[in-house]
Design a protein around this ligand. Structure first.
Ligand code: ADP
Ligand code: MG
Length: 398
């Protein structure tokens, strides 16, 4: 992790203007922020810069206005909740470049904060137009990226501007990079992965990358059905991508070659419909009735997974083991999550997880704060797990 420039290396910031890319793509309803998690995530960086006497100009996107000003996608509703969290005034500039932005920044005292309007109101943002990046860069003395979740995109405010100013990882970006490095970059071995979720087709790159890096990989959720079917098991009425049999067998071969032990379900929980009132049954493989669907991992599978966790030093997890939204099919995911969290708390396991539904599942299990790190970065987290280069992160490498 030492190879990223962090704010500690930024020198004296008194009176300097820091352009700070944050993720303020918050849930909003009728012009009100309904969840301020992403605002809170940005506070350590903003406060660190304010304490150092810098002016803070915040850059962010909201929604998909596609390069045009769309009033309903203004960032202005973020100003009041952000100011409340900071306990300090936050100015708003109706444009992120040009005279309007310049004047708002000039107007700040040292330690002052301005939120600049949605960068995606300009076509140059998503096109990563050098002229747009230069307009951004003209506003500041340094650039800080605190939005890991946007770092998989080479946009003006995530990559272009980082090439034009001294660029640093913010505190939340630093935390995320450190956690990801501890999970896959230079992890303590043995390393166990869990990949679940609905479909193999959405996670092919992920599976291919992981089998080359992990000591063990447990496959769960709907995608395990595709693997079971590829190995000749009858998965009855389960969700299954039967056309991906060859792909699944290739992944199995690649795992063998790389010395990665695959853990596929040995028993399953089935029902004839996905409903809380459905009668759920535990089945050994080979015992499914034609109308049954596999909706969760069985107890023997979970026990084997818990044993694998206890024997590992690092866990990287994406994707629930079952249809966790509909109890009782949350049981395997909840149980595995609590075991991982307990091992993380006892200090023997570095447990890192991420993914939209995975975060929801860990929340449901009540263990988000007990894992070593839970990434809320969605697409960026997945691309990083797939072994892809994230342009916004590359630009911060020293
Ligand atoms: P993430 O968002 O964390 O990357 P995914 O989107 O890949 O996760 O997968 C989550 C979805 O997978 C959930 O909606 C869950 O209900 C579904 N799922 C898990 N197991 C099964 C299963 N056996 N059959 C059908 N859907 C499943
Ligand atoms: Mg999902």
């Amino acid at each position: 992790m030492s190879n990223f420039r962090t704010l500690d290396a930024a020198g004296d910031l008194t009176g300097k203007t820091a352009l700070v890319r944050v993720d303020f793509n918050v849930p909003m309803e009728d012009g009100r922020v309904t969840d301020d998690t992403r605002l809170r995530v940005a506070l350590p960086t903003i406060n660190k810069l304010r304490d150092a006497g810098a002016k803070v100009a915040l850059l962010a996107h909201f929604g998909r206005p596609k390069g045009e000003r769309v009033d309903s996608m203004s960032l202005e509703p973020v100003v009041a909740p952000l100011a409340a969290l900071l306990g300090a005034p936050v100015r708003f500039a109706t444009d992120c470049v040009g005279d309007e932005a310049r004047a708002a920044i000039d107007d700040l005292d040292a330690g002052g904060v301005v939120l600049l309007e949605n960068v995606r109101f300009h076509k140059g943002e998503e096109q990563n137009d050098p002229a747009f990046a230069a307009e951004l860069a003209a506003l500041g003395d340094l650039y800080v990226n605190d939005a890991f979740s946007a770092a998989h995109r080479a946009h003006g405010s995530t990559e272009g501007v980082a090439r034009l100013l001294p660029a640093y990882a913010g505190e939340s970006m630093r935390r995320e990079l450190e956690a990801l490095d501890a999970a896959l970059g230079s992890p303590k071995k043995p390393v166990l992965g869990i990949v679940g979720g609905s479909k193999v087709s959405t996670k092919l790159d992920l599976l291919q990358n992981l089998v080359s890096k992990l000591d063990k990989l447990a496959i769960g959720g709907g995608m395990a059905n595709t693997f079971l079917a590829a190995m000749g098991q009858d998965v009855a009425a389960s969700l299954c991508e039967h056309d991906l049999g060859d792909t699944a067998r290739e992944i199995i071969k690649a795992a063998e070659k790389a010395g990665c032990e695959l853990l596929l379900p040995v028993d399953v929980v089935v029902a004839t419909e996905v409903s809380p009132n459905a009668e759920a049954r535990v089945r050994e493989l080979g015992q499914l009735q034609p109308e049954e669907k596999i909706l969760d991992a069985g107890p023997a599978t979970v026990a084997r997974l818990e044993k694998a966790m206890a024997e590992s030093r690092t866990l990287i997890w994406n994707g629930p083991l079952g249809v966790f939204e509909v109890p009782p099919f949350d049981a395997a995911t909840v149980r595995a999550a609590r075991t991982a969290a307990a091992l993380a708390q006892s200090g023997v396991l570095t447990a890192v997880a991420g993914g939209g539904d995975t975060v929801a599942a860990l929340n449901h299990a009540g263990v988000v704060d007990d894992m070593t790190f839970v990434s809320t970065a969605g697409g960026a987290f997945l691309e990083w797990m797939e072994g892809k280069v994230l342009p916004g992160v590359e630009a911060l490498r020293s």
